[in-house]
Design a protein. Sequence first.
Length: 194
Amino acid sequence: MTRCTFALIIVAAAMPSFAQESAKPETGVRLTVYNDNYALVKDRRMLDDPLKQGINLIRFRDVAGTIDATSVYFRSLTDAEASVVEQNYEFDLVNADKLLRKYIDKPITAHTADGQMYEGTLMSFDQRQLVLAKDREKGPIFMVERGENIKRIQFSSLPEGLLTRPTLVWELATGKEGKHIVEVSYIANNIRWR
């Protein structure tokens, strides 16, 4: 009798959480870390933009940098029929050389340690110097030493295709318009307790 009462109390206590989950799914990240430095990540969140019926391009940002992209499992809690048509993992994160590479043949401004300012089209660069042209035809052409000499480089904007954090990009098919709460699970490597 006591065991039966105890079991009923546990089931009754769990009932409100089941009702709550079906009414409005809880969002957040859950992490299960395993012995061999890998983890199972479960991420429930509202997608940033409302979806339209049909195919949508979705950027799912802030995934672990060590994600195993082949392990991704997706489901929409808003539309059970929604599915990923195509997935790409974009990890081309911004760094100085990638940014400079994207600005070849575009204007930049370099400020040096001695207070000089060089404005011009970036012609080329390597680890030691930048080559800038004030005017390609008439000049002047500047070779500005990098390293400790350059204190700041100004760019007009972040170029298309460079990311500030790892991102899953999906072509997502859905039959339901509007905001979607999704659940994404994946394996991440090199996770350690500190």
